[in-house]
Write a protein that binds this ligand. Structure first.
Ligand code: ARG
Ligand code: ZN
Length: 511
C-alpha cells in the first residue's frame, strides 16, 4: 500500500499549493528450438549497458535473489532454461520475449456472454530464424492458435505461451499469429506491495484495465515489455446499453440483432503493451475537436460524473500549453477515462488516461491531470527501454506537473521537493519502481538541468528528445548522451549526479 501513497500525498501537497481551492492441442512440452538473444533487438536502446550480456543467450533469466512479487501468478516457468521468454529486463527478468518484433495487435473481445470470448492476431517479424516463439499470457483458456492460417501446436508454462510454428520463419519474415481464447480475465495478484492488482479489472459496473508495468498479458497474448511497441486495433462487442471505449479512435461501429454493439478502435501510433487499455460499461462520452484537428474525447462512467465535475474542461488549455513547451502532441486523440473506483493512482494509458473518482474529486485533480497528459509525450511517445529507466517517465511527468502548477498560480514545488532527502535512482526492484524518489528526484533532475543550462537550451533538449526517440523507446544513457551533445559534458555529469549519487546535489539558483 505504501508504494503509491507518496504520489497521491505529494500531489496533494502540490495541489494544496494551487491557489484558490476550486477545485488446439496442447503439447506436453516444446523443446528449446530457438536461440534468441537480446542482442537481436533493434531499438534505440541498443547502446545501453546490457545487463544480460554476461549471460549465454539461453541461460536462466536470472531470477535469483530478486523478489518479483509473483507477478505472473505462477512464475515457475521463468527459471526453465529451455524458455526463450525473457527480454532480459533488469527489473523483471522474465518479462517479454526475444527473437521477433511485433508490428500490430488486433484484439477482439466479446463481453456479451458469461465469459469473455477473445481473439488476438499478433502480426510480427522474425529477427532471427525461429521454429517456435513465446508470447506472454496470464490466465485465460487458449482454444486455438493458427499461424498464417495453419494450426499450430502450443504449450503453456506460467506466463509463457509457447507457440510451435507450423512452418519455421527465417529472419526478416513476417507472420500472423492468431490466438483464440476465453475466460474471465483476472488481474495479477501483486501481493502486499501494490494497492492494486495489475491488468484487466472486471467489475459489476463493467471492465477496465490498469496494466503498468506487467499486466497487459492478463487480457491479450503479447510481447509484454515496453521495448516492443506496435500499433493496436481493439474490437469490442458489448451488451445493449453499454459502451466500449478503447485507445485511438472509433473506425467502425455496428449493432447486433440482440441490441449488442460492436465497436472497433484503432490507435495508429506505436504503443507499448502496458499502455493499451479499454473500458466497457455505461459511459458518458464527450468529444471536442481542437483547432489543430486533435480529437479530445473523455469517457466518464455515469456513476463518476458528479465526482468529475468540470475538472476535464482544462484539458484544452493544458494541451495547448504543453504543445508549446514540448512540441506537438504525438497522437491523433486524447482523453480521460473516469471509472467509478477509488484507485489510489492515475495511469497514463495511451490516448486514454485512467482516473478514479478519488483523485478526480480531490484538490490534486489538476496537477495529476497535467501529470498524466505530460506522460503522453514522456513515457508513451518515448517509452522506457527497460523498467529501470522509469524516471524518464515519472521524472519528466512530475517536472511537467510542477511547471503547470506554477503556471496556474500554485507554489514552486521544486523548492518544496528540494528539502526532502531522497535515495538515488538505481538498483530498482518491482517494489521500488514507483517510489517517490523516482517522481521527485527525477523531477528535480530536470529542474536542476534547466537552471544550469537555461530555458532555451533546456527547451532544445526536450524537443530533440521527442524528435529523436518519439515513437520508440529510450534509455537513461540515451538521455545523458543527448545532454552531452547539446549542453556539454558538465551538464550531463550533473544529470548523472542528480540521478545516481548517494546524496542529492545542490539545486542551482533559478536565473
Ligand atoms: N504511471 C502512473 C503515474 O505516474 C503510476 C502507475 C502505477 N501503476 C499501477 N499499476 N498502479 O501516474
Ligand atoms: Zn506518472
Amino acid at each position: 500500500m505504501h508504494r503509491f501513497i507518496p504520489l497521491l500525498l505529494l500531489a496533494l501537497i502540490a495541489s494544496a499549493c494551487v491557489s484558490t481551492g476550486d477545485d488446439a492441442t496442447e503439447l506436453p512440452e516444446v523443446e528449446a528450438t530457438t536461440t534468441t538473444s537480446r542482442a537481436q533487438r533493434t531499438t534505440a536502446a541498443d547502446e545501453r549497458a546490457d545487463p544480460t550480456t554476461t549471460a549465454a543467450p539461453d541461460a536462466e533469466p536470472g531470477l535469483a535473489g530478486l523478489d518479483v512479487g509473483d507477478p505472473g501468478g505462477d512464475m515457475s516457468g521463468l527459471t526453465a532454461a529451455r524458455l526463450p521468454g525473457s527480454i532480459g529486463d533488469p527489473t523483471f527478468p522474465g518479462i517479454g520475449n526475444v527473437g521477433y518484433d511485433v508490428t500490430r495487435y488486433d484484439v477482439s473481445l466479446d463481453f456479451t456472454g458469461p465469459e469473455m470470448q477473445a481473439q488476438t492476431v499478433v502480426t510480427l517479424t522474425a529477427q532471427i530464424d525461429l521454429e517456435a516463439l513465446n508470447l506472454d499470457l496470464v490466465g485465460m483458456d487458449v482454444d486455438e492458435i493458427r499461424v498464417d492460417d495453419e494450426p499450430a501446436l502450443f504449450n503453456r508454462d506460467g506466463r509463457e505461451l509457447i507457440v510451435r510454428l507450423p512452418n519455421p520463419l527465417t529472419a526478416g519474415q513476417s507472420a500472423e499469429v492468431l490466438v483464440a481464447y476465453h475466460g474471465t480475465p483476472e488481474p495479477i495478484d501483486t501481493g502486499e506491495g501494490l494497492p492494486f492488482n495489475l491488468g484487466f479489472q472486471a467489475r459489476t459496473w463493467g471492465n477496465f484495465v490498469a496494466s503498468e508495468p506487467i499486466g497487459a498479458a492478463t487480457w491479450f497474448p503479447s510481447n509484454d515489455h515496453p521495448q516492443d511497441k506496435a500499433i493496436f486495433a481493439v474490437t469490442m462487442t458489448v451488451p445493449a446499453g453499454q459502451s466500449a471505449i478503447g485507445p485511438g479512435q472509433v473506425v467502425e461501429e455496428s449493432q447486433g440483432p440482440d441490441g449488442s454493439t460492436t465497436v472497433r478502435w484503432e490507435a495508429r501510433e506505436p504503443m507499448s503493451t502496458y499502455l493499451a487499455s479499454i473500458a466497457t460499461g455505461e459511459f458518458d462520452v464527450q468529444t471536442e475537436v481542437l483547432d489543430s484537428g486533435l480529437v479530445l474525447r473523455h469517457a466518464v462512467h455515469v456513476d463518476a460524473i458528479r465526482a468529475t465535475g468540470d475538472e476535464l474542461q482544462t484539458t484544452r488549455e493544458m494541451m495547448e500549453a504543453f504543445e508549446e513547451q514540448f512540441g506537438p502532441y504525438p497522437f491523433a486523440t486524447y482523453g480521460v477515462l473516469v471509472v467509478p473506483e477509488q484507485l489510489g493512482f492515475a495511469l497514463e494509458n495511451q490516448t486514454l488516461s485512467l482516473f478514479g473518482t478519488d483523485i478526480m474529486s480531490s484538490p490534486s485533480a489538476q496537477p495529476i491531470l497535467a501529470h498524466e497528459l505530460a506522460h503522453q509525450w514522456f513515457g508513451n511517445n518515448i517509452s522506457p527501454a527497460a523498467w529501470d529507466d522509469i524516471w524518464l517517465n515519472e521524472g519528466f511527468a512530475t517536472w511537467a506537473e510542477w511547471w503547470w502548477t506554477e503556471r496556474i498560480g500554485g507554489r514552486d514545488m521544486t523548492t518544496v521537493a528540494r528539502t526532502v532527502p531522497m535515495d538515488p535512482i538505481k538498483d530498482l526492484t518491482p517494489d521500488t519502481l514507483f517510489d517517490f524518489n523516482i517522481y521527485w528526484r527525477g523531477g528535480l533532475t530536470l529542474e536542476a538541468l534547466r537552471r544550469e543550462i537555461g530555458d532555451d537550451v533546456f527547451g532544445d533538449i526536450l524537443r530533440q528528445w521527442t524528435e529523436r526517440y518519439g515513437g520508440g523507446v529510450a534509455s537513461t544513457q540515451n538521455f545523458l548522451d543527448l545532454v552531452t551533445e547539446i549542453a556539454g559534458s558538465d551538464a550531463s555529469n550533473s544529470v548523472s549526479q542528480w540521478i545516481f549519487s548517494p546524496t542529492m546535489p545542490e539545486l542551482p539558483a533559478d536565473r
